[in-house]
Design a protein. Structure first.
Length: 75
């Protein structure tokens, strides 16, 4: 991963899929928003982490995600 890379709207499952069950992926769900934290280890090395905001998960209507579901199924 590149220095300064950022991710948007990732849930805990997606973080774990990308980084494994590591101190880094656990820290993403626990780090206080708006503050730098770390370093945390993953299979990619050490990371500093800044969570900008956190929101509660929500269930989207199928019509709004139908194309994504189809693409994921075909993949």
């Amino acid at each position: 991963l590149a220095i300064g890379e950022s991710f948007t709207a990732m849930d805990a499952g997606e973080v774990a899929r990308r980084f494994g069950e590591t101190p880094f992926s656990q820290a993403v769900t626990q780090a206080p928003p708006g503050q730098w934290a770390g370093p945390f280890a993953s299979g990619f090395g050490l990371h500093l982490l800044r969570v900008e905001s956190r929101s509660s998960p929500r269930l989207l209507p199928l019509e709004s995600v139908r194309a994504r579901v189809r693409e994921d199924l075909l993949a």
